[in-house]
Design a protein around this ligand. Structure first.
Ligand code: PMP
Length: 447
């Protein structure tokens, strides 16, 4: 197909995710023909640094030789088979190794095929646990403002980003939402590096008062991704763990975006030294190759579902592609790469580089805050620096920067007025410098 034909047929038949299709009239979808390390290459041979790891999934670059080989080898054995009543080595090895790596005593792994499904599973497991534990009134879920956990109806119900959920509110579950952290515009006048998560009081009050009705609290640990890479301190998670213990409420950690090294540790909860009751993983789990997700939980939770069939206590949730063998084989290879190539140990200079770039951005008149956690850094643009007034969303400032950055050779898909970096963990320092430079020039170019 020629490029023109490709785009014409795409426009005629394809409906893209999270996109106002009319935008494609001015900026048609870019046909990619190849991936090479941290670069995506379009059909004209133009290269783009994948500054957002293709929606936060890619860990070690595109077309990675070891992942390619793992995929091919597994395809030569078996790609997919039913996972009820059957099992396979990649799934078993993956489950065992995830449990070893996970914080606390998470020791059982349930598989699914995308992040939203993992969230739904954790919610259902928590609910059913209480139903089967003599506390049938615990049916409500709590989330925090600006949280994001996926787009299926259950996952949206615990979301806090109105952009994605406002119109669907009439069909969503009845959940509680507490005001969450907002470190950039902290109402307590504190800073995330030195505060004691005073803002936790909102969640604390809600859960304490309504604990008899609450099954679980779900949060994205340390970074609220979709909300604009809003970073908050580990103290918040420590308080959350304590509160959940005190009120007999589950803590569901949605590590879908932050897991697998993004925060500089394997899992974000490690920064707080706490373990959740359910941990949802996806995205980076396969290095960004295939859809796979998991929910890890503790033996005591599993045991409440374990009984004679006639008790009807089983967790009867299933997806056709549960435990896909290709995806599991990739995930095992991803864990090998983490270990053998000492991926986490080698992040230090890159994180230092992101820190060093902060002052450059901070001095820009349209930049309100630069924040970093691990290999994630975000630049929030504001209309008024002193008052921290946002640019009106209708201006689509971030989208304009995105367009300029594409012209300059980088994929920096923004979140509203937030331009952020979440590159593959293996990005070379000079490429990271180039990415930072493009972001800077693109922000200047839209003035
Ligand atoms: N939770 C978080 C924190 C996410 O960032 C995402 C995806 N951006 C999801 C859940 C949903 O995952 P998926 O898109 O695979 O359904």
């Amino acid at each position: 197909m020629t490029k023109d034909e490709l785009i014409r047929l795409d426009r005629r038949h394809v409906w893209h995710p999270c996109t106002q299709e009319k935008d494609h009239e001015l900026l048609p979808p870019i046909p990619i023909s190849k991936g090479e390390g941290v670069h995506l290459i379009d059909v004209d041979g133009r290269r783009y640094i994948d500054g957002v790891s293709s929606w936060w999934v890619n860990l070690f670059g595109h077309s990675h030789p070891r992942l390619n080989r793992a995929l091919q080898e597994q395809a030569g054995r078996v790609a997919q088979h039913i996972f009820a009543g059957f099992t396979h080595e990649p799934a078993v090895e993956l489950a065992q190794r995830l449990c070893q790596l996970a914080p606390g005593d998470l020791n059982k792994v349930f598989f699914a095929d995308n992040g939203s499904a993992a969230v739904e599973i954790a919610l259902k497991m928590s609910f059913q646990f209480w139903q089967q534990s003599g506390l049938p009134d615990k049916v409500r879920f709590v989330s925090i403002s600006e949280g994001y956990h996926g787009e299926t109806v259950g996952a949206l119900s615990v979301g806090g980003c109105d952009l994605y959920r406002q119109i669907y509110k009439p069909i969503l579950l009845d959940t509680f939402q507490a005001q969450g952290p907002d470190c950039f515009r902290c109402p307590y006048g504190k800073h995330r590096d030195s505060c004691d998560a005073e803002c936790f009081e909102h969640l604390e009050r809600l859960v304490t008062e309504r604990q008899d009705e609450i099954a679980a609290v779900i949060v994205e640990p340390l970074i609220q991704g979709a909300a604009g890479m809003r970073i908050y301190p580990p103290a918040y998670l420590r308080k959350l763990r304590k509160l959940c213990d005190a009120c007999s409420v589950h803590y569901i950690a949605d590590e879908i975006a932050v897991g697998f090294g993004r925060t500089g540790r394997m899992f974000a909860n490690e920064h707080a030294g706490v373990a959740p009751d359910f941990m949802c993983l996806s995205k980076g789990i396969t290095g960004g190759y295939l859809p796979l997700s998991t929910v890890l939980t503790r033996d005591e939770i599993y045991e409440v579902f374990y009984d004679d069939y006639a008790s009807l206590k089983a967790f009867l949730h299933s997806h056709s592609y549960t435990g896909n063998a290709l995806a599991c084989a990739l995930a095992v290879e991803v864990l090998d790469i983490f270990e053998e190539e000492r991926i986490l140990e080698r992040l230090e200079p890159k994180m230092a580089l992101l820190d060093a770039s902060a002052s450059t951005f901070e001095n820009m008149p349209e930049v309100g805050e630069v924040r970093r956690c691990g290999m994630v850094a975000a630049v929030e643009m504001v209309q008024d620096k002193t008052r921290k007034t946002p640019f009106p969303w209708q201006q689509r400032r971030g989208y304009q920067v995105y367009q300029k950055a594409l012209d300059m050779g980088a994929l920096l898909r923004p979140l509203g007025n937030v331009v952020y970096f979440m590159p593959p963990l293996t990005i070379e320092e000079d490429t990271l410098e180039e990415l930072i430079d493009i972001a800077y020039r693109a922000i200047v170019a839209v003035r």
